[in-house]
Design a protein around this ligand. Structure first.
Ligand code: S3P
Length: 432
């Protein structure tokens, strides 16, 4: 794929899109299947660079992952105690979920390993994961005070359960602790300040591992074994659907049917906010994919209005702020995003990147330490914008350009991280 893409203004988007597999659930499906004693077949796995980073790391630990021509995976795991010492450094690529979750899993193993990733990953704080894991007896070293990767992970003498009050709502940190806790000899209790996505908890239950929830606390007792399902089906990723939800809302004459979207309530903040903004969204065909709720969604063009997005909802739409900023540019009135300082430590500093890149299109966006203020509607122009190697920035810019006067995006090939055929789908839906 070309690194530079030109997107033209479009008069409308129509059609049906099957939403690609959920990235968070795809990672977890490989990790848990890798710990199983019996084979697991995974359908609708997200074949994108981040999830392949997880596959390659698990393969380096001895897990067998096979793919058929239709992209269906079969994983032959090594059992809870069967992973083997990797003979080389493990590469998480651009994937925060891979490096953070594997830090918990590997820290509990009786062998040495080193985890690293690309330039962005090597600048994302790992101290938030290492601190609780160290309390559990895990031995993980990283660079400097923020404990940046590469991480050197040594065998622990013992893995102890902990009672941990998380200072930041983060599913990656919670999941790293839960994976290490599979090897602990005492119970683990994690309390979250605000609930984050609970795919790990649901996936544990799918693998026969009981998880207790008491208010904001999650409790895992020591376990003996896991009982894997024969088959796992990954729902579509609402974070990928988000680009279409906003695109169809702000581009006149649009109507899109989004097929097979995961609607786990810890992820549906985008639906709540867009509905509050006046979006025309219909949720149909509610069903279950294992323990994850799924639906089809129809979205039509609408006149949006500005809203205030408070800190409490941020974990439920943590990855959707860049595309919501685009929606805000087309909405009547002021949109305020608060309590979103976590965006500064994502693939790039997303608050800064949103203000800078949409600013190149002529948008006026006020960047606060913990959020954004956007007065709308604003007319924006064609411009050359950069993705900052951030997949969600590239897709947000493409939606902004399609709705306004077009855009040229540099480093656009980063969409391969979560949505490899995003630009192809966009061109098929256009009614120019
Ligand atoms: C993820 C959790 C979130 C999210 C990321 C995926 C996960 O990160 O931003 O894209 O799969 O657990 P944090 O846990 O750091 O908020």
């Amino acid at each position: 794929m070309s690194k530079i893409i030109q997107i033209a203004k479009t008069g409308g988007l129509t059609g049906a899109i099957t939403i690609p597999g959920d990235k968070s659930i795809s990672h977890r499906s490989i990790m848990l299947s890798g710990l199983a004693d019996t084979p697991v077949t995974i359908t609708n796995f997200l074949h994108a660079a981040d999830c392949w980073s997880t596959i390659n790391c698990m393969r380096a630990l001895g897990v067998i992952v096979e793919e058929d021509k239709g992209g269906v995976l079969t994983v032959q795991g090594k059992g809870l105690y069967g992973l083997s010492e990797p003979s080389d450094v493990l590469d998480a690529g651009n994937s925060g979920t891979t490096i953070r979750l594997l830090t918990g899993l590997l820290g509990a193993q009786p062998f040495f390993s080193v985890l690293t990733g690309d330039a962005s990953i090597r600048n994302r704080p790992m101290a938030r994961v290492i601190a609780p894991l160290a309390k559990m007896g895990l031995q993980i070293a990283g660079r400097g005070q923020s404990r940046y990767a590469p991480l050197a992970i040594s065998a622990p003498e013992q893995v102890r359960g902990i009672e941990y009050d998380m200072p930041v709502a983060s599913a990656q940190v919670k999941s790293a602790i839960l994976l290490a806790a599979l090897y602990a000899n005492t119970p683990t209790t994690i309390t979250e300040p605000i609930p984050s996505r609970d795919h790990t908890e649901r996936m544990f239950e799918t693998f026969g591992i009981p998880v207790k929830r008491e208010g904001r606390a999650i409790i895992l007792e020591p376990i003996q074994k896991i009982a894997a399902p024969k088959r796992l089906d990954v729902p579509g990723d609402i974070s990928s659907a988000a680009f279409w939800l906003v695109a169809a809302s702000i581009i006149p004459n649009s109507e899109l049917a989004l097929i097979n979207v995961g609607i786990n309530p810890t992820r549906t903040g985008i639906l709540d906010v867009l509905t509050q903004m006046g979006a025309d969204i219909t949720i149909t065909n509610n069903r279950w994919s294992g323990r994850e709720p799924v639906a089809d969604i129809v979205v039509r063009s609408a006149n949006l209005k500005g809203v205030t997005i408070e800190a409490e909802i941020i974990p439920r739409l943590i990855d959707e702020i860049p595309i919501l900023a685009v929606a805000a540019l087309f909405a009547e009135g002021q949109t305020v995003v608060k309590g979103a300082e976590e965006l500064r430590v994502k693939e790039t500093d997303r608050l800064k990147a949103v203000a800078l890149e949409l600013g190149k299109m002529g948008a006026t966006i006020t960047e606060n330490p913990d959020g954004l203020v956007i007065d709308g509607p604003q007319s924006i122009n064609a411009a050359i914008c950069d993705s900052h190697h951030d997949h969600r920035m590239a897709m947000s810019l493409a939606v902004a350009g399609s709705a306004a006067q077009g855009v040229t995006i540099t480093e656009s090939d980063c969409v391969k991280i979560s949505y490899p055929d995003f630009f192809d789908v966009l061109s098929k839906l256009r009614q120019d």
